[in-house]
Design a protein around this ligand. Sequence first.
Ligand code: SF4
Length: 342
Amino acid sequence: MQKRDIKNFTLNELQEEVKDIGAEKYRAVQLFDFLYKKGMEDFKDMLSLPSSFRDLLQKYFYISKIGLENLVKSKDQTEKYLFKLEDGNLIESVLIFSIKRVTECISSQIGCKYNCLFCESGKKGFTRDLTVSEILNQVLFVKKRIGSILNNIVFMGIGEPLDNYGNVAKAICILNSKDAFNIGARRITISTCGVIPAIKRLQERGWQIELSVSLHAPENKLRSYLMPVNNIYPLPDLIETCKNYAEKTKRQITFEYILIKGVNDSLNYADKLAKLIGGFNSKVNLITFNPAPDSVLQAPGISQVKSFKSKLAARGIPTTIRISKGDDISAACGQLKNLYLK
Ligand code: SF4
């Protein structure tokens, strides 16, 4: 019988698993403690468990690991991790230090199906979804390195998290569990390109997690050019879904808007954006495009970014400008992997 990766199970599932091999359900809570609070990587080291139970665990399960292939550090302290999975695939995580929080940006897939024009991850196509354990191992690795100051998780790395809804949802359960990582739901953000059915599923769960939606254009035609996913889930339907989400969950939605010089950064688009999202609980996060070395797209100047922000603010839209971190280490998603594979 093939051993299974024990970090693929939520607490409820693990309780059933340990029951199935003849142990008491409460052993699952102990296992969570060993795996996620203590970061143990071998059943043999879990000495407070009966040796007969450890033997059973050894027989039916294994504890997966993630390998560090490369780590680069930016002048601004941002750290970029290139991880090697057990099947040899590479994924990235980015660790960002700010005054209020320490955030790890994690990947949810190997590659991505959606091929957004401005994104390095989309250019290599899609390989597969990450498993629950591969998602969690990114966090475990960094937590071991820097300890409990890691207090914020964003699903904003490689892949579209809502395209891997099942595994991402389970990973969130474990990240949020007080018996595991104990990271508050409001400190976990899902960033999506707008997979409408999965946003609706998230809404039904009633979680307090943050939802961040990549908009990048206030009209259908331009958005379809920048983000082909818009042909499947068009802008009007997406905005309607976001509006419902904000109303039902009472959470503020963040709309991400990457400003690309001469493409979507005119003040006319700021007006259209304000009109599109005004009237429900949302805000805009403006991001200056961070070009990869071979990108034909360019970043606008800071004065244009500020004018865009002022225009939105004048129309009553709460707006922030995200400070780009780690420019000197190719910290935009997919860039390090692409450099490494060249
Ligand atoms: S921006 Fe997100 S959805 Fe678009 S290609 Fe990149 S990873 Fe995929």
